[in-house]
Design a protein around this ligand. Structure first.
Ligand code: ZN
Length: 489
């Protein structure tokens, strides 16, 4: 029954793409299929804190060097606000409204057995497929996202809380061992790097703020800290944590330190990437593989009064890095086309010699024409969305809430189900920090983008009926208990 629903939505989406967006055609003169694909997903990496994207701290020297030999997408968007929907979009090629991976509770994941997976399609094409992650959202409860991988290793660290993952350094030997075994074959390697997720692991947490002394010496950044600060529901917060949040609000040097701490962690991750890249070169796969570095989502570091990535579709969350090196193509430098995370799986298929059009579930647009430097009509709008937990189930601690965003080359419209003023309009060229709402000042732009967002809500499946799960009699989740309506800014 659920499968029929999913396919219905897929067909709707395919029609929407065919009628509204211009998808690049499968090109006869495309580059030869790559031997290997190495896809690296750095959880919580925001683009604008990378030195190669103009940040003023030297956070990412190794990734900056990688950017020099790759094509760098400067306007890439995540598909949603947090890990699970973004992982699911990458691994199924479908939008959140289709794959429906929205629920934050490990106890009740809703499988997506009716969907193909990127790894499955590549496996069918004869490629060896390996996945390595320490994210809880790719763990045992979400095995359906591991379908198609010959080997999927997810190693939670039993010694640390669930929101802290096993360090990449400790996971690297297994990744390299797998590559060593499969490097002569065609292969697809998917790796998540989880060290940048709160609590922002770093070799030297004070690298960029050595003089700091304060509560962050004892209280680590955490999801619980973020949620408490954001005013989201938190079960039984410790008095020490409540006091830390109050102190955080009182003295802004703590926020400056939080930013420095995030940057130190990003610097740490960049060093790990440098080591990983060196190993790839040693193994001889660097020059034969499509290498992609991206992030599932970014991180709020105080902008708009928010921390973490539990809500909001502002640029700190949606603005993710996307850096692609194709082994047969010269680095294309900087690209400002509007691209989305959903375009990555279509690109991988295309680069591997599989026409994305043969797999209509993959509704993103292949970036291969851009990598090849071909002149191609490209989409004029990109979208992102978050939804509450799956329909029909109430979860007072669920942190996924309903909001949508659309942008064109210049403007961005946000819609939130939970704010008194549901719309916000920003000129990203003049106001990249999204501080000056233009809904009233630019009514024509507002109406144009609102029409796009309304069409997305319809085409994307948001308005389509979703089969209620077995928990009959439970009202659909609206705003989680305790989450007050927020002002527009
Ligand atoms: Zn994440």
């Amino acid at each position: 029954m659920a499968r029929l629903g999913i396919y219905s939505r897929m067909v709707m989406l395919a029609l929407a793409v065919a009628s509204g967006w211009i998808a690049p055609a499968w090109a006869e003169d495309a580059a030869a299929p790559v031997q290997g694909v190495i896809l690296v997903d750095i959880c919580s990496a925001r683009r604008d804190h990378m030195s190669g994207f103009g940040y003023d701290r030297p956070t990412t020297p190794n990734l900056d060097a990688f950017m020099n030999e790759a094509t760098v997408f400067e306007r890439a968007w995540a598909q949603s606000a947090w890990c699970l929907p973004n992982f699911a979009t990458l691994l199924t090629g479908a939008r959140p409204e289709v794959h429906q991976q929205l629920n934050s509770g490990d106890a009740r994941p809703q499988p997506v057995d009716g969907l193909e997976t990127l790894a499955g399609v590549l496996q069918q094409a004869g490629m060896a497929t390996g996945g390595f992650s320490a994210s809880r959202f790719l763990g045992d409860s979400y095995r359906f996202l591991q379908r198609g991988f010959d080997l999927f290793v997810n190693l939670p660290d039993p010694e640390v809380p669930a929101d802290q993952a096993l360090p990449f350094e400790q996971r690297l030997p297994a990744i390299l061992e797998w590559l060593r075994t499969h490097r002569e074959q065609r292969f697809f390697l998917y790796v998540t790097v989880d060290d940048l997720h709160a609590p922002y692991r770093a070799a030297d947490p004070k690298l960029f703020d050595p003089a700091y002394a304060g509560f962050f010496d004892e209280v680590s950044p955490s999801v619980k800290f973020d949620r408490l600060y954001n005013g989201e529901p938190v079960s039984e917060p410790e008095p020490k944590l409540v006091a830390a949040v109050e102190e955080f609000r009182r003295d802004e040097r703590h926020q400056r330190h939080l930013v420095a701490r995030y940057d130190a962690s990003l610097h740490h991750v960049d060093r790990l990437m440098g080591t990983f890249f060196d190993e790839l070169k040693q193994l001889g796969v660097w020059d034969t593989s499509l290498v992609i570095v991206t992030a599932d989502h970014g991180e709020q570091l105080g902008e708009h009064g928010l921390l973490g990535h539990t809500q909001a579709l502002y640029e700190p969350i949606l603005g993710v890095p996307l850096i692609i090196k194709h082994p047969a193509l010269a680095g294309g430098g900087r690209n400002t086309q509007l691209v989305e995370r959903i375009d990555i799986p279509a690109t991988v298929l295309d680069a591997a010699g599989i026409a994305p059009s043969e797999h209509p579930q993959f509704t993103g647009d292949s970036l291969m024409p851009i990598l090849e430097g071909r002149s191609v009509a490209w989409k004029s709008h990109i979208f992102a969305s978050s939804k509450p937990t799956r329909m029909g189930v109430s979860d007072p601690l669920d942190w996924s809430i309903e909001e949508r965003a659309v942008r064109d080359a210049r403007y961005k419209l946000l819609w939130h189900s939970y704010k008194e003023q549901p719309y916000e309009l920003y000129d990203l060229e003049q106001d990249p920090a999204e501080l000056h709402d233009l809904v009233l000042d630019r009514p024509e732009v507002f109406q144009q983008l609102k029409a796009r967002l309304d069409a997305y809500a319809s085409d994307g499946g948001m308005e389509l009926p979703v089969e209620a799960p077995a928990a009959a009699g439970v009202l659909p989740t609206m705003l989680p208990a305790g989450r007050a309506a927020q002002p527009a800014h």
